[in-house]
Ligand binder design. Structure first.
Ligand code: FES
Length: 120
């Protein structure tokens, strides 16, 4: 299965790349098997994710899924962001090859880790 146009777009032009100096929630996760690492920064004000950035050292699908994940949670409430699943990220990207599904799981875990950090 080839990559969808949306995956290619988010891989070539990833949205929300970088760090946030004023982040109040930061989550970092890694996949032990492939060694890829994903870090997400959240700026939460009044229970709403005002801004979000990510840094991903990983494969193309990891970059595309983190890009899409940040787009999906930007402007959302904490509760809405907590419901983000890797499935929703994959659907928003018009699918991923089965061998690349774990990359989207990394994106879901990174968002969850950043939200957890915000709570703590
Ligand atoms: Fe590891 Fe994609 S191959 S996140």
């Amino acid at each position: 299965m080839a990559y969808s146009a949306k995956v290619m777009d988010h891989f070539m032009n990833p949205r929300n790349v970088g760090e946030l100096d004023n982040a109040n929630g930061v989550g970092e996760v890694g996949n032990a098997k492939c060694g890829d690492i994903m870090k997400i920064y959240l700026d939460v004000q009044d229970n709403v994710i005002q801004d979000v950035r990510f840094n991903t050292f990983g494969c193309g699908a990891a970059i595309a899924t983190s890009s899409m994940a940040t787009e999906l949670i930007k402007g959302k409430t904490i509760e809405e962001a907590m419901e983000l699943t890797n499935k929703a990220v994959v659907e928003a990207l018009d699918g991923l090859p089965p061998v690349k599904l774990h990359c989207s799981v990394l994106a879901e875990e990174a968002v969850q880790a950043a939200l957890r950090d915000y709570y703590e």
